[in-house]
Design a binder for this molecule. Structure first.
Ligand code: FAD
Length: 485
């Protein structure tokens, strides 16, 4: 009989691993929650699908698109409205300039026109682009792991605070002063390594981009017609049809290696299997590995997390004053009541919200006729204010900020508060060394593999790749074991 495998965690990484192993092994998937999908969650809001977690994935990394196609959802791939994002800077909403790469300016005239930086801030950023750049260690140098702010600080504190932190820090719910450049933005780090100036790095990036996609830029982001739960449902259906046993409300509390087999136990569960994929957050991985490998558990326990909350609100269109529409349009002709896909609120504003996503503009399918839908994201590493509030207090605070930044005074017609405690692993200082040690220890264990956002990147494609890689490593290890026995 083929070896049996337990996948612990039914987020996108665990589902990808189970899907990769389905059909060739006896696979059991254990998910603590009553639903599969982890952070991928689409709610029906005012009768429409609205994502409460991720709503897009990056298309440059093909892992997500390939999985979507493999489960028969190719036709559901959809492109969000590319109306462009805004940022609140120097007292009002402003359009993000063209040519930005994770906040690093690549088109100075466009940056100047945006008005995001003050004249001295703009001069400082322009000088920082051409000054000799702080040397960025190469990919192989794990001892030196500069933060994003250290590597890009010469652009000036204004550019770091108004552009780089809201964009790159925002994606990670982190603080660029603490995020490892190589682990958080490997493409940017690779571009900077070996370049004498930041301007030179941006030029080489433009050349690479033109070379990679000649004449066919396509959309940078993709989503699904009915939201991300569509992928979760299709994966679950495919896995079940291929014989995977999917157990919901099945938390695993203990893991032991006994007589060459793995024993997993939790409320109502006590099973033995030949191989294990742990696809849970790093703190849960650490707890499960305490007896199995204390050193590996220790490395995992060091990974810190940020909690976030999304608050989704629906309003009648007339709740958005014409003055707000004009301010958001920034002089462009745009007839939607909330022009743009959303607005970032930098740390310097002191706002509870880190971003306001205009869901009804970004995904017109998410709003009923005559309404706008706004999703406010709150919380980031080091800012637990919203996590300490009750839903009622949080709704009140978010409504105050919508009044302040969008001049919306009316009551929302519908709201949903979705809490995501300890959701974003922080790829902080020393991450590269830590991940290397985790990889080495896991390679020794062989029949136990780790995957998910803490170990190979937080984006959906990266999580899928890590799930696929864990499945492949486990399959190879079990094959070696079978051949030697
Ligand atoms: C609000 C928000 C917006 C985001 N936006 C984007 C975006 O637009 N694009 C993008 O690419 N990424 C985005 N991300 C990031 C991305 O969604 C996540 O990094 C990714 O989904 C994590 O997948 P995962 O499988 O590693 O972990 P998870 O989704 O956390 O899944 C882990 C699963 O393990 C289960 N579990 C934990 N402990 C146990 C146990 N002991 N036994 C059994 N099960 C257990 C949990 O219940 C959970 O279901 C966003 C994340 C959030 C929170």
């Amino acid at each position: 009989m083929s070896p049996s495998i337990a996948v612990v965690g039914g987020g996108i990484a665990g589902l990808a691993a189970a899907h990769a192993l389905a059909g060739t092994h006896e696979v059991l998937l254990f998910e603590a929650d009553e639903r599969l999908g982890g952070k991928l969650r689409t709610a029906t809001f005012c009768g429409r699908p609205v994502d409460l977690g991720p709503d897009v994935f990056i298309s440059r990394d093909p892992a997500a698109t390939e999985l979507v196609q493999a489960v028969g959802l190719g036709d559901a791939l959809s492109t969000p409205n590319e109306a462009g994002a805004l940022i609140y800077a120097r007292g009002r909403p402003r359009r993000l300039p063209s040519g930005l790469m994770l906040g690093v300016p690549g088109d100075l005239p466009s940056l100047a026109r945006s008005g995001i930086l003050s004249p001295p801030g703009l001069v400082r950023a322009a000088l920082g682009l051409v000054w000799p750049a702080r040397p960025v260690p190469g990919a192989e140098d794990l001892e030196h792991d500069p933060s994003v702010a250290e590597a890009l600080g010469q652009l000036g504190s204004e550019a770091v605070g108004a552009l780089i932190d809201p964009l790159l820090g925002g994606i990670n719910a982190g603080d660029v002063r603490r995020l490892s450049l190589w682990s958080t933005a490997p493409a940017l780090a690779g571009m900077l390594a070996g370049q004498r100036t930041l301007a030179g790095a941006m030029r080489s990036r433009r050349r690479q981009a033109a070379h990679a996609t000649p004449g066919a830029p396509g959309s940078m982001f993709l989503g699904l017609a009915s939201g991300m739960s569509q992928l979760v449902d299709a994966l679950a259906t495919r896995c079940a049809a291929a014989g995977v046993q999917l157990a919901h409300t099945a938390r695993i509390d203990a893991l032991h290696h006994e007589a060459g087999a793995w024993r997993l136990a939790g409320p109502g569960t006590d099973v033995r299997v030949d191989g294990v994929v742990l696809a849970v957050p790093a703190f849960a991985t650490a707890r499960l590995l305490t007896d199995v490998d204390p050193e590996l558990a220790g490395w995992c326990a060091q990974i810190e997390y940020a909690s976030v909350i999304t608050v989704t609100l629906a309003y009648p269109i007339d709740a958005v004053p014409a003055a707000t529409t004009r301010a958001l349009a920034c002089g462009r002709g745009d007839d939607s009541p909330l022009p743009g896909t959303g607005m970032l609120l930098p740390r310097s504003t002191g706002a509870l919200c880190t971003a306001l996503t205009f869901m009804s503009t970004k995904w017109p399918r998410s709003a009923p006729p005559g309404h706008v839908v706004i999703r406010a994201s709150t919380g980031r590493f080091g800012d637990e204010r919203s996590a300490r509030m009750s839903d009622e207090e949080l709704l009140g605070a978010v409504r105050d900020e919508l009044r302040r930044y969008l001049r919306i005074e009316q009551e929302p017609t519908d709201t949903i508060v979705q809490r995501w405690p300890q959701a974003f692993p922080q790829y902080g200082p020393g991450t590269r060394r830590r991940l290397q040690r985790i990889g080495e220890r896991t390679a020794e264990l062989a029949s136990l593999q780790l995957c998910g956002a803490a170990f190979g990147g937080i984006g959906i494609p990266a999580c899928i790749r890590s799930g696929n890689a864990a499945a492949a490593s486990l399959e190879a290890a079990l094959g070696r074991q079978a051949a030697s026995s």
